[in-house]
Design a protein around this ligand. Structure first.
Ligand code: RTP
Ligand code: MG
Length: 141
């Protein structure tokens, strides 16, 4: 399988729980490398633009409110099949449906505050990575 990059966000609920290290350890143990990372408190504009695909959905306002409620940690993860691997590690969107041992099963309580984001396709990964990082902020290793 090809080496890919994907965008991961540790969301405000997981940052507030002091779970940044535990979550990044799961990525590293699964063979993914962090090649870019920063902590940022998103503005409404930045969070809304990030989730623009959901603009017309009933949960959009709550989603932007949640994503701007505290700092997040944004990372680029690199590795074999990184996009699907990260989605597998995350578990289902609704933590109540997430498989045991996944990040959302272990760190999230609700569908609104579900601990992590991960790109869902090569196209969204490319868009999301460039939404947060310039080429000079990504460190191949
Ligand atoms: P994410 O984009 O954050 O990685 O999550 P996802 O792909 O698993 O889910 P997505 O469909 O892209 O939805 C983005 C976020 O919106 C919230 N959501 N709420 N109330 C609802 O029915 C509902 N559906 C989605 C979730 O917080 C989800 O992570
Ligand atoms: Mg999504």
């Amino acid at each position: 399988m090809a080496i890919e990059r994907t965008l991961s966000i540790i969301k405000p609920d997981a940052v507030a729980k002091n779970a940044i290290g535990d979550i990044i350890a799961r990525f590293e143990k699964a063979g993914l490398k962090v090649v870019a990372a920063k902590m940022v408190h998103l503005s409404e504009e930045k969070a809304g633009g990030f989730y623009a695909e959901h603009k017309e959905r009933p949960f959009f306002k709550d989603l932007v409110g949640f994503m701007t409620s505290g700092p997040v940690v944004v990372q680029v993860l690199e590795g074999e099949g990184a996009i699907a691997k990260n989605r597998d590690l995350m578990g289902a969107t609704n933590p109540k449906e997430a498989a045991p041992g996944t990040i959302r099963a272990d760190f999230a309580e609700t569908i609104d505050a579900n601990a992590v984001h991960g790109s869902d396709s090569p196209e969204s990964a490319a868009r999301e990575i460039s939404y947060f990082f310039g080429n000079d902020e990504i460190c191949p290793r």
